[in-house]
Design a protein around this ligand. Structure first.
Ligand SMILES: Nc1ncnc2c1ncn2[C@@H]1O[C@H](COP(=O)(O)OP(=O)(O)OP(=O)(O)O)[C@@H](O)[C@H]1O
Length: 785
């Protein structure tokens, strides 16, 4: 690395003077903004107080009603506009406050082609203009020219501006660490980019929150961040290679580039667990952007399925699997239901479903408006050339028509007239007035009967409301019955092609579970997918960008569902096949299925791992299939340690000892990772008995705080800790290929230090690593080799 040691840099004073100038200008702007904010706030309070003064409420005639409506609307619009102005100013203020502490993090000197001098460009989290001088004191990191900082080395360079490519020469590339307006460190980048600043960033202690990487975005990451052309992106890369970070920076970049046209509510991030949602929730606000929408795939499924079933969550499914074992029927069921063969089979079933469509009858207070057979007959009368959702829609129209007819026909019937007695007096008076008016227009009308008819229809309208809703929301289609029937049929008559040998039993179990009102997690997606095929896809048009993290854990149908629900959205997927911690079959990321579902898919692979020290990466990469491709970042730390102990009490003792050492090292976040929830519970109790203060994370945990946590590995996905202790990393626990992925995921959560303890012989996935990549210690933490 060519670079000047910070303290001796000859330009230090000049740069500090510039930083002071910028900060002073920012402070002045902040004061001005605070004045504006106070003013707008005052206006809002005043406006709210006198909201009704300018509105005359007059509901006498229809014209008056319309006028009143518009007057209220106009007032509300004025108020809304001020509130928006206030929100905008408050947002700018927050960004400015952050900028004042660290006004910029880089400077490039760029000499445009044809110019004789280079222009210094300072880069920060947002741009800042000196309005009097009409010059940019700081450029936004997302501005076109800023890309030179991320992409180029000193020498000829170019960047893409809206009007085309701009060429020139990069004369200087300088990086800063500034806190509280004071320069703490300053590096000039030479042939390699920003390694010192990166080292500075990666050596920090984790505070349980992910942070932005804006000052040290690497060239390959920048490709992903600024890609505004590919319809879909699949970013694969080793643990800690910055996939999630790049995706969040990408969201910030797109929000900036398309500001005014794209807002944060139009971007959706699928997170692996609720904990992760809180872990990343700081990144965008740090960059002055609003948080984008976040959901776990499970939450999304439940929202779509409403309350039709109790849907098992993926963590319970995981526990079920860990208990049953990989060779169990349950595991075979889950794997098969996640496969392409199953997805194709479901597509075939839906394609041939028309003759077997099932419906619920339409009943009103025990009276039959249409039997299930009637509804089926109505369906059969529709044009068989049409797609299922269109045919269902036609049946809906016919049923609504029948409901209207029923309302007309039944108004004078006894059961309805009996219910009329319960109507309020006002309803009687209204009906009598209307009947009298009609009598004047049609003298032959029986006025009393007309009033009774009107009252009867009012009763019916109320009674029919839920039935109408039932029809309008297509709940008359027995989708659950059809999903269930598919398994019933398959149990007695298995479909052609590959099935697990005990498929018939699996099908019967699925039926039993549904009869109890529960949907296993592995059935939730196929069921929803089938439902969307029958009833019509509720395409989520407002969402324009979807980001899917940990995509290696998704099944074929989950991806098909995402594609169909977000048909018009651009999709960015992030994954690492080595971290497959779901019972699904590996390889989904490699398959043609990806290219078929996401036409124009662009794949980007990240090779370098940033999270962990060189020692941790050299050790963990041995567990990965394509480990040789993982490049560690040259940051030194201790060798990972392994202690083999004889029992659980001894294990707790070793962990307590290690936790003490981690605390002495100043680690703020430490995780003790187990395989299962039950183990996490036992270990928590054992550690508490040793006097350790810790927090146990379960699937309901929604935030990560500094300190020691005990959790099963699958809950720590995507998250990182200063120190990680893998509990009971023994042969019994981590033996199979699936276990290897789990162990790899656990070990790669560590930033600075990794320790493993095993009750009995350690896992072969550890023992097969080169002896010089880890250290064996005894229960007292003393080298045991
Ligand atoms: N360019 C960078 N500059 C500074 N830090 C970086 C950079 N890229 C990644 N990191 C850091 O590396 C760590 C891992 O990043 P991130 O979580 O985005 O990786 P990932 O590929 O999503 O990991 P995993 O697959 O293990 O969940 C984070 O602490 C992040 O801040």
């Amino acid at each position: 690395m060519e670079g000047q040691p910070s303290a001796r840099h000859p330009d230090w004073e000049t740069e500090q003077a510039y930083a002071h100038r910028v900060v002073a200008a920012m402070r002045a702007k902040l004061a001005e903004l605070e004045g504006v904010l106070r003013g707008v706030r005052g206006e809002i309070v005043e406006f709210r107080r006198h909201f009704w003064d300018d509105v005359t409420i007059n509901l006498s005639t229809l014209d008056d009603l319309v006028e009143t409506h518009f007057a209220i609307r106009q007032q509300a619009e004025v108020l809304g506009e001020r509130e928006r102005r206030h929100q905008q100013a408050a947002k700018t203020k927050r960004t400015l406050e952050r900028q004042i502490s660290s006004p910029f993090f880089a400077r490039i000197d760029f000499q445009y082609e044809g110019e004789s001098e280079a222009e210094p460009i300072y880069i920060g989290i947002a741009s800042f203009r000196d309005e009097r001088e009409q010059e940019f004191l700081v450029h936004d990191w997302r501005a076109p020219i800023s890309s030179v900082y991320y992409d180029a080395l000193p020498g000829p360079a170019s960047f893409k501006a809206p009007a085309g490519m701009v060429r020139g020469e990069l004369k200087l590339k300088r990086q800063f660490v500034i806190r509280g307006g004071t320069i703490l460190a300053m590096f000039d980048a030479g042939l390699t980019i920003g390694d010192e600043l990166l080292m500075y960033a990666l050596s920090r202690r984790s505070d349980a929150q992910m942070h932005n990487i804006v000052a040290t975005i690497q060239r390959q990451q920048n490709v992903v961040i600024r890609d505004d052309e590919s319809p879909s992106l699949l970013v694969t890369g080793a643990a800690g290679s910055g996939k999630t970070s790049a995706a969040l920076q990408r969201a910030a970049y797109l929000l900036y580039k398309h500001r005014g046209d794209l807002d944060a509510r139009q971007m959706l991030f699928f997170s692996p667990n609720p904990l992760f949602m809180s872990y990343i929730s700081n990144v965008l606000p740090e960059l002055g952007e609003d948080n984008i929408e976040q959901a776990t795939f499970y939450d999304y499924l439940c929202a779509r399925l409403q309350n039709e079933f109790v849907v098992e969550d993926p963590f319970d499914q995981m526990e079920r699997l860990l208990e049953a074992g990989e060779d169990s029927r349950m595991a075979r069921a889950v794997r098969h239901k996640a496969s392409k063969a199953f997805a194709d089979e479901l597509d075939r079933y839906v394609a041939g479903l028309a003759p077997q469509m099932r419906f619920h009858p339409i009943l009103v207070e025990g009276r039959v408006i249409a039997t299930a057979t009637d509804v089926k007959a109505a369906f059969d009368r529709t044009d068989s050339g049409l797609r299922l959702p269109l045919r269902v829609d036609l049946v809906k129209e016919e049923l609504l028509h029948r409901l209207r007819q029923f309302e007309r026909d039944e108004a004078l019937s006894d059961w309805v007239q009996k219910a009329v007695d319960g109507l309020p007096d006002e309803a009687y008076r209204r009906a009598e007035r209307t009947a009298a008016k009609r009598k004047r227009e049609q003298p032959e009308l029986d006025e009393q009967e007309e009033a009774r008819r009107l009252l009867g229809r009012e009763v019916l309208r109320r009674t029919l409301r839920p039935v109408r809703r039932f029809v309008e929301t297509l709940r008359f289609v027995d989708t659950a019955g059809m999903y269930r029937a598919w398994f019933e049929q398959a149990a007695s008559n298995p479909p052609e092609g590959f099935q697990p040998e005990d498929w018939a039993q699996i099908c019967r179990q699925t039926v039993r579970e549904m009869d109890e009102g529960t949907l296993w997690y592995e059935d939730a997606t196929p069921y929803l997918y089938m439902k969307e095929q029958i009833l019509g896809r509720a395409v989520s048009a407002p969402i324009r960008h979807v980001l899917v993290d940990e995509v290696q854990d998704y099944s074929v149908l989950q991806l098909r569902l995402i594609r169909s629900l977000f048909l018009y959205s651009r999709i960015t997927m992030l994954g690492d096949p080595e971290q497959l911690v779901s019972p699904h079959r590996p390889g989904i990321l490699e398959e043609d299925e990806m290219a078929r579902l996401f036409p124009g898919l662009v794949r980007v692979a990240f090779g370098q791992s940033y999270r962990s020290t060189k020692q941790i990466v050299l050790f963990t990469r041995g567990m990965a299939h394509k480990g040789a491709e993982i490049q560690p970042f040259d940051r030194d730390g201790a060798l990972p340690q392994l202690a083999e102990v004889s029992g659980e009490a001894e294990q707790a003792g070793v962990i307590a000892l290690w936790l003490g050492e981690f605390a002495d090292a100043g680690y703020q976040t430490t995780a003790v990772l187990t395989k299962t929830q039950a183990e996490a519970g036992r270990l928590t109790r054992a550690l508490e008995r040793c006097g350790v203060k810790l927090r146990r994370l379960d699937k309901r945990a929604v935030s990560l705080e500094p300190g020691v946590v005990v959790a099963p590995v699958y809950l720590a996905k995507g998250v990182e800790f200063d120190g990680v202790i893998v509990a009971n990393a023994s042969r019994d626990q981590y033996r199979t290929a699936f276990d290897r992925q789990m162990l790899y995921t656990a070990c790669t959560r560590a930033m600075h230090e990794l320790r493993m303890v095993s009750v009995g012989e350690a896992s072969p996935w550890i023992l097969s690593q080169p002896a010089d990549t880890y250290e064996r210690v005894n229960a007292a933490g003393v080298n045991a080799t």
